[in-house]
Ligand binder design. Structure first.
Ligand code: FAD
Length: 383
């Protein structure tokens, strides 16, 4: 097994590190306090090719394999999870889904703009009353001639108020459960679609998380992504890859926590010596380091499986489950190393902890990942 990086992969990672250093790091605290990342960052991400990774050049993509995608995602997560999330959704959940499931017309209409960072995409699955049990969603799409008319509300939608295009899931037939769900691509300026930013988030404060309300929104039948009634498969296949991206972002958080904690432990003196000399501080640091490595290896395995065309969904759940819990632990341990200074936002670890916390909730909570893994182990669906 070769766990090293190719020259190309190492170069992409360095490019991402330099990008974070130059374009993100100087603004992280201000964006977090202002509850908004500078939107100009999206075009910059597009210009450097990070929004086109794994997408064919024919559609404006920058190619690359899934490990390269993980490396970039990790570096962005190390810099600012709000920015990482913009990429994980606009590229990971929307552009990659259009590339995999979209018609030729949809690919030509949306992919060049999304990969260039001229458009932002969002993924509308969750509703106010439907979270983990996404298959029971209630947003309706009713066929009317050559169009569908959509009504309903979507909740917690990342990039929601920024998005130019919404990949939206709605019930379009009377088939029971998730079998009646279809996927649609809806331009965000379609009449009847209104959006409201949700303020006061614990973490990912720079991201435009929104509620979307659809009132008699009309789209042509050509807006369907995949076949009618296959929308839940579209959503689940997007999330299977998406969970790898969340896991990679978590590796970035844990690595940032480790870097910050090791540096601080070398500088801060108590009891007449740098705190790094105290064994219990070394225990905190070594716990973080093991979490970083284990999370990274699980995540890279998913990328490797995808690139080799092997089944990866269960491994992606394992990586997301472990990496998200590890990121919370790592950030919390790092905060302990910082003592009281960790509790104010002039130091980075408090934000890392706030940003990490949501990773155990979205794209399937930790409990839902365990049920997915349990179902694969036993053949029994215990949802
Ligand atoms: P619930 O489903 O109500 O769960 C509450 C609790 O019950 C959890 O602990 C859960 O694990 C547990 N639970 C539920 N069912 C079971 C079960 N069968 N067995 C055991 N335990 C169970 N959604 C999108 O569609 N697009 C996005 O872009 C998006 N971005 C998000 C961004 C943020 C910042 C946040 C907070 C959420 C985002 N979400 C998004 C929504 C997210 O995916 C949901 O919050 C998540 O799926 C959980 O749903 P819920 O919040 O309704 O919790």
């Amino acid at each position: 097994m070769n766990l090293g990086l190719s020259e190309e992969q190492a170069a992409v990672r360095q490019l991402a590190r330099d990008f974070v250093e130059r374009e993100i790091a100087p603004h992280v605290v201000a964006w977090d306090r202002a509850e908004e990342v500078d939107r100009g960052i999206v075009k910059k991400l597009g210009d450097v090719g990070f929004l086109g990774l794994t997408i064919d050049e024919e559609y404006g993509g920058s190619g690359g394999d899934h490990l390269a995608y993980c490396l970039v995602t990790e570096e962005l997560g190390r810099g600012d999870s709000s920015v990482r999330g913009i990429v994980s959704v606009s590229l990971g959940l929307v552009a990659k889904t259009i590339a995999a499931w979209g018609s030729e017309e949809q690919k030509r209409r949306w992919l060049p703009g999304l990969t260039a960072g001229e458009y932002v995409g969002c993924f509308g699955l969750t509703e106010p009353g439907t979270g983990s049990d996404a298959g029971s969603l209630t947003t309706r799409a009713v066929r009317d001639g050559d169009e569908y008319v959509l009504n309903g509300t979507k909740m917690f939608i990342t990039n929601g108020t920024w998005a130019d295009v919404v990949l939206l899931f709605a019930r379009s037939t009377d088939a029971p459960g998730h079998k009646g769900v279809s996927a649609f691509l809806i331009p965000a300026d379609t009449p009847g679609l209104t959006r409201r930013t949700l303020h006061g988030k614990l973490g990912l404060r720079g991201q435009a998380t929104a509620e979307l309300v659809l009132q008699d929104v009309r789209v042509p039948a050509s807006a369907l992504v995949g076949a009618e009634g296959k929308g839940f498969n579209v959503a689940m296949s997007a999330l299977a890859k998406g969970r790898m991206s969340v896991a990679a972002g978590c590796v970035g958080i844990a690595q940032a926590a480790l870097d910050a904690a090791v540096a601080y432990a070398g500088e801060r003196e108590q009891f007449g010596t740098p705190i790094a000399h105290h064994q219990l501080v070394q225990e905190l640091l070594s716990d973080i380091a093991v979490d970083v490595d284990a999370a990274r290896l699980l995540t890279w395995r998913v990328a490797d499986l995808i690139d080799r065309g092997e089944p990866f969904a269960v491994e992606s759940s394992k990586a997301k489950l472990f990496a998200s819990e590890a990121a919370v632990r790592a950030a919390n341990n790092a905060l302990q190393v910082f003592g009281g200074y960790g509790y104010i936002d002039e130091y980075p670890v408090g934000k890392l902890l706030r940003d990490a916390r949501v990773m155990t909730l979205y794209e399937g909570t930790s409990q839902i990942q365990k049920l997915l893994i349990g179902r694969a182990l036993t053949g029994v669906s215990a949802f």
